[in-house]
Design a protein around this ligand. Structure first.
Ligand SMILES: Cc1cc2nc3c(=O)[nH]c(=O)nc-3n(C[C@H](O)[C@H](O)[C@H](O)COP(=O)(O)OP(=O)(O)OC[C@H]3O[C@@H](n4cnc5c(N)ncnc54)[C@H](O)[C@@H]3O)c2cc1C
Length: 424
């Protein structure tokens, strides 16, 4: 279909043929002009669009950014390991306020769930080269062993890596980062009490979610023993007889259904006791008890009954001097940072928080490292997205992507996490 304008133009194109003296005169004027004009315009536009697209593609393909990680805990170092394997990252700097020795000698035990073992394997962690023990697909090791291993393999990648131990990240360091040319990403992994994201302008506000579970904990320090990792031990459906304390609320059926977990290394043994919110009389008395000896006795008896077969029992006096424990049952909550991702356009700076700097529990499950590891799975796609994001819209999309992933981690934890970490 031609518009009236176009048909007018066609009609203006004339062709005159004079026969007889075999002179043929073709009059194309308008037709020729319009055709050439059209061809040239289309070519120019095509070259411009193609060139621009090519330029944008080349620019996108070559785009890189600098990554700064704050904190050499398990999540900071795992984030660094993931980042150095992104082709987008041209430099990685890590700030850690402790010395390398202190980091590598952290003594407590971590348990890495099988799903995270696979994830870490895909990022080059060779579990055959790590001291630890396996049980049901879980890998148990001392946290310092894991950290030392990552510190050793980080420089093996082609990305320029700078590890700054004994370097506390503060406001002044923040100013130095602002001045770095080009786009950069700061990953704050400075733990639950970390201040780095605040120095960079993120809000410190947290939201607390109840897990619907009550818990209590104890820890026994035994300096004479080695810190060789041991697998955890879980005992389900425990009940306690509190009648020895003159507790009238002791119910005959004893259906409290506590779960007890004993974990850690032989130097530091941890006990975690958890029970779903309910109306058991025993649970009610353990929630309100003010007599510390009652809780101590619960933990002492639990330890001596369910310890590993080759472990020595502990006495009343040892317990009195060496056991730290919760004086009563309390509600287990997860605290989540509300603002955990941001973009500061003036400095072309992305900021995210990971690990316990984003979410932490007021309870040690013995599997706490896993919630942080689940979150760093979105790091590589996030780095890819932020390196090429140019428009306000695409930048916003990257922020939403990370925020939604972070939210999902928390929601999944509330739905499955504690149940999976503590119960059957
Ligand atoms: C005593 C104890 C026992 C635990 N037991 C277990 C267990 O048995 N199993 C388990 O899975 N998990 C356990 N956890 C929890 C586990 O350690 C955490 O899940 C994990 O450490 C969180 O890692 P993260 O990297 O987020 O933070 P963190 O491990 O807290 O690391 C934060 C790092 O940031 C550094 N830092 C802080 N501020 C700054 C700054 N301004 N500048 C530079 N560096 C800074 C700190 O020095 C630290 O090295 C235990 C934790 C503790 C404290």
């Amino acid at each position: 279909m031609l518009t009236s304008n176009q048909s007018r133009r066609v009609s203006k194109t004339t062709m005159e043929c004079v026969h007889g003296d075999f002179v043929t005169r073709l009059v194309y004027e308008d037709a020729t002009y319009v055709s050439w004009y059209f061809i040239i315009t289309v070519t120019v536009v095509a070259v411009f669009v193609g060139g621009r697209k090519m330029y944008t593609n080349i620019k996108k393909n070559m785009a890189q950014l600098e990554v700064i990680v704050i904190g050499a805990g398990p999540i900071g170092l795992t984030s660094a390991l993931i980042a150095v394997q992104c082709k987008r990252v041209n430099k990685l700097t890590l700030y850690e306020e402790l010395s390398r020795f202190e980091v590598e000698n952290r003594g407590y035990q971590i348990a890495i769930q099988s799903v995270n073992v696979s994830l870490l394997r895909s990022f080059g962690v060779d579990f055959d080269n790590l001291e630890g023990v396996w049980r049901d697909g879980c890998f148990y090791t001392r946290v310092g062993i894991y950290l030392e291993y990552i510190i050793q393999i980080l420089p093996l990648y082609s990305t320029d890596v700078e590890l700054k131990f004994r370097s506390k990240f503060d406001r002044e360091t923040g100013d130095v980062i602002d001045k770095i040319d080009g786009r950069k990403l700061v990953i704050c992994c400075d733990g639950s009490g970390g201040m780095a994201s605040r120095y960079l302008g993120l809000s410190d506000e947290h939201i607390q979610h109840s897990t619907g579970i009550y818990g209590a904990q104890a820890a026994i320090e035994r300096n004479k023993h080695t810190s060789v990792p041991t697998p955890e031990k879980r005992i389900h459906n425990l009940s306690f007889d509190l009648s020895a304390y003159g507790n009238t609320s002791y119910d005959e059926e004893c259906r409290s259904n506590f779960t007890l977990k004993i974990f850690g290394n032989s130097k530091r043994r941890c006990l975690a006791l958890a029970i779903r919110k309910g109306d058991s009389q025993v649970a009610r008395s353990l929630k309100t008890v003010l007599d510390k000896s009652m809780m101590r006795n619960v933990f002492l008896k639990c330890f001596n009954t369910y310890k590993l077969s080759d472990e020595a029992s502990i006495s009343d006096s040892f317990c009195l001097n060496n056991m730290k424990f919760s004086p009563r049952l309390y509600e287990i909550k997860i605290s989540q940072r509300i603002e955990n991702v941001a973009y500061i356009s003036d400095n072309n700076l992305f900021i995210i928080t990971e690990g316990e700097a984003t979410r932490s529990l007021n309870f040690n499950t013995g599997l706490d490292i896993n919630i942080g590891l689940k979150s760093v799975t979105s790091l590589q796609p996030f780095i890819e997205m932020i390196t090429v994001a140019e428009t306000e819209h695409s930048i916003m999309e990257t922020l939403i992507f990370k925020m939604e992933h972070s939210d999902k981690i928390c929601k999944d934890f509330l739905k499955f996490g504690l149940k999976e970490y503590m119960f059957l």
